[in-house]
Write a protein that binds this ligand. Structure first.
Ligand code: Z57
Length: 803
């Protein structure tokens, strides 16, 4: 938008007096932040309603992205950047004696997600608005986001994250758009006068779903889409309501949108979680139908104008909920309703891990959602009947929805959608050939791949301004919306000056991060060292342990040979563990204890440091990623569906140290073997071990001297403070089979780390690798990912930029 600095300063001062009756001098950062937020809202108001009107007038097909999680991160700078007024505002505030960065800190980081899945949804809504896709997010307005992590004596302690404490400037409560969601009670079907069955409900609990809308601003294109998050409230009561039963009801109802479940890639079958899932699904689908009817096209054209996307199985109840509305409220016959439902729905699978697969007990759904359970049974019955004519009964039994007293949500999502996609090529292949192979025989054409992506605007333009300016000087700024233009940087691969400038940018970011570590943890780290980064949820399959065992081996090497030729290293971890995931919490404690040991050992100096940052999340990622030299992507091959921090780190010039898992495979294909450091088992080798049952972890303990010593350190008192954890982890590796092949991959990993150490010593070689990584990262922009969803799954228009 057009905004002169002069006008901005006048607007800002006016808003400050209007909202706070304050002059500049009396105001503090909090008031200034809210003032700026309100000003931004006033700037976008017109385009927001213009966008919505245009969608209705042009009768555009709309996409609704249903996700339990939207891990947005702070929105102030992102909104300013997308509006094209970041520099004007920074400058204008500066004139008024206000530091924009100080205001940025006031905004709470809305942690409405756990990890990759939630952050992907946030990247997608940014990219969808920028790509001019008529698409909106639909989710839950949790009162408490993901817990705040503290380390107390090296143990993870969880604290509530009250992000709404001071209000949320970006949201608008939309009372008139509230809908009612029904739980519990009894339902029976009766013939109506017009010859169809209508359901009657008795004793149902009614919950009022109130939407809070936030603007999703496209980059430099006047588009403003909507993120709609639902909050659970008590419906208006009449005079007959008993006061105390009302209070009781209120507590129960408001608990629905109270808190985000802190499990990532892990299923916990809690009733409240099921309530959450149906709550936002029912509210969202009802509100879509209400909105659709404004176009007066007739319900039979729904699938031509609406696409509903299911982010993992958490919103899979969309399928029976849409059926319910079409059958019970629109009085459509089953076949017609089913046809519309399938054509409307599409589903993304994000994992092959069995423990993450949702399986809800049928009685639980029966009690909570009596009408929905009838519809699920009928979908299942018809599937068995109709497919039973075409395929053998074993295949049908293994793919049906209801089995062993449970509803298999992935099966429902596949049967009820026209598209199912994996999130990286390898992941999609494993789905088709292994995990979902039976479905692939039945519905081969439903399966497709959409490799994940990230938004380069947040993860480079905002997080790494020094690099952004260097790139702009070299190749211009078209990469803001045409990210593969970054490939033009390859022309500078032999240009010593550019490589030197790149090194200086990285160094500057490392100094900045080192200052942060010093201030927040009282730990000095050397910016000349290799900054080796592993940032992601703590999960056994991601193998933070492999990294840690190697760090211990370096430590012992330095103890035995203080003169050993090791390039100085700082190993940086950031990770939250699910509160109920004991093993992950033991690993956190062990890492912290090893950090204590190494960081305080006077023999080690600054050859080796271990930093475990507290409370890793989007805001910390924005600090760490620009400072990273090495990107640890070391999951057991086949287990990480895609990964997305691999893409963010590469985009910021880190070298990937990786197994051939998830999107690492595609990163390798784009940068070439010389610009990535690979190690470890391949996915097919892992499956081979499973089939043959020939992995014997204990042998690696016995035969590998380095490993033997490192593993013994876990149980012989070498690591003070983590005796119990050391023993449990030792047993998991040595005695109980080492489920994720940590010991099998150890030697190969250590050798790969050795290659990193040698490569880093030649700055020209290293910076050339970094440059090629940045230049090759454009293809992993979520702009391209959502454009492919738009054309290949949703059948909606988008502004497609040439790849
Ligand atoms: C989650 O963050 C992911 C998968 C899940 O099934 C759940 Br539940 C949460 C992650 C995958 O582990 C990553 O590999 C992937 O990059 C990310 O989803 C986004 O697709």
């Amino acid at each position: 938008m057009d905004l002169s600095k002069h006008k901005f300063k006048a607007d800002f001062k006016k808003m400050l007096t209007e909202v706070y009756s304050m002059g500049l001098k009396e105001s503090e950062a909090t008031e200034q932040f809210f003032t700026l937020g309100n000003l931004i809202r006033s700037y976008i108001a017109k385009n927001w309603s213009k966008t919505n009107q245009a969608y209705i007038e042009k009768k555009k097909k709309q996409v609704y992205y249903f996700s339990m999680e939207f891990l947005l991160g702070r929105m102030l700078k992102s909104n300013l950047l997308n509006l094209g007024i970041l520099e004007t505002v920074r400058d204008g505030l500066g004139d008024l004696g206000i530091d924009l960065e100080a205001l940025v800190q006031i905004e709470p980081d809305p942690g409405l997600g756990n990890g990759g899945l939630g952050r992907l949804a946030a990247c997608f809504i940014d990219s969808m608005a920028t790509s001019e896709i008529p698409a909106h997010g639909n989710g839950i307005r949790y009162k408490y986001g993901l817990f705040k992590q503290k380390f107390v004596n090296g143990y993870q302690v969880e604290l509530p994250e009250n992000w709404l404490q001071n209000g949320n400037v970006w949201e608008t409560r939309k009372m008139h758009a509230a809908v009612t969601v029904r739980f519990y009670g009894h339902v029976w079907l009766e013939h109506s006068g017009e010859g169809h069955l209508v359901p009657h409900y008795e004793d149902a609990q009614e919950v009022l779903a109130v939407p809070y809308d936030s603007a999703v601003i496209g980059f430099d294109n006047e588009i403003v889409n909507t993120l709609r998050l639902w909050s659970a409230e008590v419906p208006p009561q009449d005079e007959s309501t008993d006061y105390w039963s009302f209070i009781h009801q209120r507590n129960e109802i408001e608990s629905i949108s109270e808190v985000l479940y802190p499990d990532d890639s892990n299923y916990e079958g809690r009733l409240l979680r099921l309530k959450q899932e149906y709550f936002f699904v029912s509210a969202g689908v009802q509100s879509i139908i209400r909105h659709y009817k404004k176009m007066h096209l007739g319900i039979e054209h729904l699938a031509e104008k609406v696409a509903i996307h299911i982010n993992d199985t958490h919103p899979a109840l969309c399928i029976p909920e849409l059926m319910r509305i079409l059958l019970d409220e629109e009085h459509m016959d089953w076949e017609h309703a089913w046809h519309l439902t399938i054509n409307t729905m599409s589903y993304t699978n994000h994992t092959i891990m069995a423990e993450a697969m949702e399986k809800w007990p049928i009685e639980m759904i029966q009690t909570l959602l009596p009408r929905i359970v009838q519809i699920i049974h009928e979908i299942d019955r018809r599937y068995v009947m109709e497919m039973g004519r075409l395929f053998d009964s074993k295949l049908i039994q293994s793919t049906r929805i209801v089995e062993g007293g449970h509803v298999r949500m992935a099966h429902m999502a596949i049967i009820g959608s026209h598209s199912i996609n994996g999130v990286a090529q390898l992941h999609t292949n494993i789905l088709k050939e292994k995990v979902l192979h039976p479905f692939c025989l039945i519905y081969p054409s439903k399966f497709n791949n959409k490799t994940n992506g990230i938004t380069q605007r947040r993860w480079l333009m905002l997080a790494n301004e020094p690099l952004r300016h260097l790139i702009d000087r070299k190749i211009g700024n078209e990469w803001a919306t045409m990210p593969t233009e970054l490939k033009m940087l390859k022309a500078f691969r032999e240009d010593k000056r550019t490589l030197q400038e790149l090194a200086e940018v990285k160094h500057q970011n490392k100094v900045r991060f080192a200052r942060f570590v010093d201030q927040s943890m009282g730990l000095e780290i050397n910016p000349e060292a290799i900054f080796d980064v592993q940032i992601k949820r703590l999960h056994a399959y991601k193998r933070q342990l492999l990294n840690l065992l190697h760090i211990l081996s370096l430590y012992f090497k330095l103890k035995d040979h203080p003169e050993a030729d090791l390039y100085p290293h700082v190993f940086i971890f950031g990770a939250k563990a699910a509160p109920s995931y004991t093993y992950a919490k033991q690993i956190i404690k062990l890492i912290n204890s090893v950090a204590d040991l190494i960081n305080h050992d006077p023999d080690i100096h600054d050859k080796l440091k271990l930093v475990f940052v507290e409370n890793y999340g989007v805001s910390l990622a924005e600090k760490i990623i620009p400072a990273a030299d090495v990107s640890e992507q070391i999951s057991l091959a086949s287990k990480e569906a895609s990964g997305t921090s691999n893409m963010k780190l590469m985009l910021n010039g880190a070298i990937t140290l990786a197994t051939l898992d998830g999107a690492n495979v595609e990163i390798k294909e784009h940068v070439g073997e010389d610009n990535i450091v690979l190690f470890g088992l391949r996915a097919d080798e892992v499956y081979h071990y499973y089939n043959e049952g020939t992995y014997h972890a204990h042998d690696y303990y016995e035969k590998n001297q380095v490993l033997h010593r490192v593993l013994n350190a876990l149980i012989d008192g070498t690591i003070p403070g983590a005796e119990a954890e050391g023993n449990a982890i030792f047993d998991s590796l040595v005695s109980y089979g080492d489920e994720y092949f940590v010991l099998r991959d150890f030697d190969d990993y250590a050798a790969a780390q050795g290659r990193i150490d040698r490569l880093y010593r030649d700055p020209l070689i290293w910076q050339k690798m970094a440059l090629i990584n940045i230049a090759s990262a454009g293809i992993f922009s979520s702009d391209y990912t959502v454009q492919q969803y738009a054309s290949q799954i949703w059948d909606v228009s988008s502004k497609v930029h040439r790849i």
